[in-house]
Every structure is written in structure tokens, then in C-alpha cells.
Design a protein around this ligand. Structure first.
Ligand code: SF4
Length: 194
């Protein structure tokens, strides 16, 4: 039976939209807590909301989000079956990378989301998310498409979908990485589903 003190994805989202813990609250239109299944087997973590995400308060709704949705569907999943969020929940001005103190201020929200969802696999997308989550300075070029165990979590680093919009050859790399992700989910859960 739930109590008022129990944490929930909705509670995290409610706190995020009111959050003033870092300077990004002053320039955001909408905070973007994340969206998807609260029992997802896989959580995708990007760097930060962009302009369209800031306008709509939803993660990955622009061109990069369209590609991410296509890649998720290539796993035989719907976008609603996974959870999608970012390292920082508010858009940095002019899409600059999040600063260290901003990522640190926002980190507890992501940690609570992961603790609540308990995914089998966490996919950091792009260098910022990989460095923040996996405690490494290695680049996505070296790590993408390979599963790693860090602090009892299984990470599967990926390129950020926005990178594939600018470098066409990366789209093929991402498609191959998602095939490997599907196989990993199969091996962990017995099926490529939630
Ligand atoms: S980025 Fe995170 S810590 Fe900063 S104001 Fe937004 S929700 Fe709060």
C-alpha cells in the first residue's frame, strides 16, 4: 500500500517542474523531467533538452527524437515501453553543454528515476551522459555498442541521435548498436520487451 512518503516517478516530475536548484531554471520555458514506462527495461539518457523539448516539456521530440523513436521501434518496442530522460532536466542557453555544477545539482532526480524504474539496461547517449553516468573520460567512439557493468548497473553506451543527423555514416553505426542492444535485452530478459 502506498504512503505519502513513498517516492514515485510522478513525484520526481512534480519536483523537477518547480526546481530552482541551478541557474538553468532562470532560462527554461519548461522543465523536461522525462517520459515513458515506469517499469521500463531500458532507460535512455541524453545530455539536455533542446529548443523543441523546452517548448513542449517533453524529451526528444525534435529530429533527433524522431530518429531515437525509429531506433526504439527497431527493437520491436514502442516509445512508450522505454523511459527517456536527460542528465539535466532544463535546457542550457543556446544548447551549450551542461556545466558540471548543473549536472551535479540535477543528478538526484536521475538517480531517483533509475531507482524507481529499476531498468535492466541504462543507455547513456553521447559523451556528456556517458561521462556523467559511467565515471569514465573515455569517448563514445571507444565505448558505443559495448555493455559495461558499473556500480551494479548494466550500461550500454550509444551515440547521441543528434550526431547521426549530421554524420550519415553514424546512423548505420547506431542501427547496428541497436541490434546489439536488442540481443542484450533478449539475453537479460528472455525477450526484447518491457
Ligand atoms: S537543470 Fe535540474 S537542477 Fe537545474 S533547475 Fe532544472 S531541474 Fe533543477
Amino acid at each position: 500500500m502506498s504512503t505519502q512518503t513513498e517516492d514515485s516517478i510522478e513525484k520526481v516530475a512534480g519536483e523537477v517542474v518547480l526546481c530552482t536548484k541551478c541557474r538553468l531554471c532562470r532560462t527554461r520555458k519548461h522543465a523536461v523531467p522525462g517520459e515513458g514506462s515506469t517499469t521500463a527495461r531500458v532507460v535512455f539518457v541524453g545530455e539536455a533538452p533542446g529548443e523543441q523539448e523546452d517548448n513542449q516539456g517533453r524529451p526528444f521530440v525534435g529530429a533527433a527524437g524522431k530518429l531515437l523513436t525509429e531506433l526504439i521501434e527497431s527493437l520491436g518496442l514502442r516509445r512508450d515501453d522505454v523511459y527517456i530522460t536527460n542528465i539535466v532536466k532544463c535546457r542550457p542557453p543556446n544548447n551549450r553543454p551542461p556545466r558540471k555544477d548543473e549536472a551535479q545539482a540535477c543528478r538526484p532526480y536521475l538517480e531517483r528515476q533509475i531507482a524507481l524504474i529499476q531498468p535492466r539496461v541504462i543507455c547513456p547517449m553521447g559523451n556528456s551522459a556517458i561521462h556523467e553516468l559511467m565515471k569514465t573520460e573515455d569517448s563514445v567512439t571507444a565505448l558505443h555498442g559495448i555493455p559495461f557493468e558499473v556500480d551494479s548497473f548494466t550500461y550500454f553506451p550509444l551515440y547521441h541521435p543528434a550526431a547521426a543527423l549530421y554524420t550519415f555514416s553514424l546512423k548505420k553505426v547506431m542501427e547496428e548498436d541497436f541490434r546489439k542492444l536488442g540481443a542484450l535485452l533478449n539475453s537479460l530478459t528472455g525477450k526484447a520487451a518491457t
